[in-house]
Design a protein around this ligand. Structure first.
Ligand SMILES: Nc1ncnc2c1ncn2[C@@H]1O[C@H](COP(=O)(O)OP(=O)(O)O)[C@@H](O)[C@H]1O
Ligand SMILES: [Mg+2]
Length: 445
């Protein structure tokens, strides 16, 4: 068998002006991939959808055998596998990005034009050997990401935000805005969010707090997780949601799907921004209203920011209890104030007292998380919304974080205030006894 690589018979692109120079093996593979794709273009177009991946894989393998036979090339077994893999990635996936997307140690992918693909791994940026054939190739991959989402990217709209099916956030910006060709940035979605064990080992929650929160979720209390940006609200909401029993119908509503729940009966909804013409927006608020017609046992709203707060409060007050959400705030007291403001944003012109009554009767518990000066996240306050006194919404602290150290690393613990929440009886009736130890001295590493 000759080891010399023969030229492929098929000529790709414009014919070279001079005699062809021998191709490197890498270029050879690239051409094979290209030819497999070309051969399948019309076939696949007639299919309409690539959802039957097995069938498409078979077609790819068939086309590859044909192309390889016609080219007269001899490839090693591993080269054959590589070409086949790359052809599948081209046709079914995101081309050269596929292996990077599958590598869980990579947190960010940045293509600066077709010839430079950087990644971030462990906080460090590295240049990869992965490249695109040319700018048109990179554009094709960008389009494959954004077109199924009803977005487009072209000279008229050269910037776009999108998301991959796994939740990774994508931004693309192309010429004429970018002077180095299409630029694609992918922030990969972390596949495994923190769970109970991590929250405890990182000192965010104590065992007792988890036991308490689990009982509260199961007993269908309405809970708001509050905190600043990046304080770990969504992460904690995800953990709280995981306590919902399997036999309940859960509807999640988010701006960008971040929650990762494992219950079987789960409907995930995502709001949609307006398109470039300013149309087609679907707000969180519309989704909340729609969710009420979907027979939910639980409604989980990723974050309340505006008028949807009113619809959520109304839902909580009309039998849809056990709802969970997060809100941006500086303390549980501030959370109540912000909820009032958000309700006003619904534009219903309600008197303040009526709004406060809604808040007081809807929300049972506010769990406040904070990003501490040493970077750790801690639950620093857990307050019951215990009712109204005059015009004021009453808050009763059940747990408070008390700092013991003075160093840069935050030391201290979440302590029970000794107050037994009013809802303790309700929780007990639902069959989740809150052990007295939980309200005793609560440890937090
Ligand atoms: N309990 C925690 N301990 C340490 N880091 C955390 C914790 N919770 C979240 N993080 C990290 O903080 C960042 C923001 O978390 P997220 O839950 O999205 O915050 P928020 O919703 O408040 O903006 C993420 O990178 C996440 O990995
Ligand atoms: Mg969040």
């Amino acid at each position: 068998m000759s080891t010399k690589i023969k030229q492929p018979n098929l000529v790709v692109g414009p014919a070279p002006a001079t005699a062809p120079t021998p191709l490197t093996r890498q270029e050879m593979q690239r051409q094979l991939v290209f030819q497999v794709r070309e051969r399948l273009v019309s076939d696949l177009r007639s299919l309409g959808s690539l959802s039957d991946t097995e069938m498409v894989q078979r077609k790819i393998a068939g086309a590859f055998i044909e192309v390889l036979g016609e080219s007269g090339l001899v490839l090693t077994r591993s080269e054959r596998e590589q070409v086949l893999e790359r052809a599948s990635a081209e046709i079914l996936g995101y081309g050269p990005l596929d292996p990077l997307l599958h590598d869980d140690t990579i947190t960010e992918i940045m293509a600066n034009g077709p010839d430079q693909v950087y990644i971030e791994r462990g906080g460090k940026i590295e240049l990869t050997p992965h490249v695109f054939d040319d700018a048109a190739h990179l554009m094709r991959i960008i389009e494959r990401i954004v077109v199924p989402l009803g977005r487009r990217v072209d000279e008229a709209s050269p910037m776009v935000d999108a998301r991959l099916p796994d939740g990774s956030r994508v931004n693309a910006i192309i010429p004429p805005l970018s002077l180095i060709g299409p630029v694609l940035t992918i922030r990969k979605f972390s596949r495994v969010p923190f769970g109970v064990a991590e929250l405890i080992s990182m000192g965010t929650c104590s065992d007792e707090l988890i036991e308490f929160l689990q009982a509260c979720v199961r007993a269908r209390l309405n809970i708001v997780v509050s905190g600043g940006t990046g304080s770990g609200k969504t992460t904690l909401l995800n953990v709280l949601s995981s306590f919902i029993p399997d036999d309940e119908r859960i509807i999640t509503i988010e701006d960008a799907a971040e929650l990762q729940l494992h219950q079987e009966h789960l409907v995930t909804l995502e709001a949609r921004p307006a398109n470039l013409e300013g149309q087609g927006q679907i707000t969180i608020r519309q989704l909340v209203i729609n969710a009420l017609r979907m027979r939910p046992d639980r409604i989980i709203v990723g974050e309340v920011r505006g008028g949807e707060a009113l619809d959520m409060l109304q839902a909580m007050n009309t039998g849809h209890d056990g709802s969970l959400t997060t809100a941006h705030s500086n303390s549980p007291r501030d959370t109540v104030r912000r909820l009032e403001t958000m309700v006003l944003m619904a534009g219903m012109d309600l008197p303040l007292r009526a709004i406060r009554e809604q808040v007081a009767s809807a929300i049972n518990l506010i769990v406040h998380v904070q990003r501490m000066r040493d970077g750790s996240r801690k639950v620093v306050e857990v307050a019951e919304v215990s009712g109204m006194e005059g015009e004021v919404v009453l808050l009763q602290d059940i747990f408070l974080f008390r700092e013991t150290g003075k160093g840069t690393a935050v030391e201290g613990r979440l302590e029970a205030t000794g107050v037994r929440p009013k809802f303790a009886e309700r929780v007990a009736k639902a069959g989740y006894e809150l052990r007295p130890e939980v309200f005793g001295y609560v440890r937090c590493k």
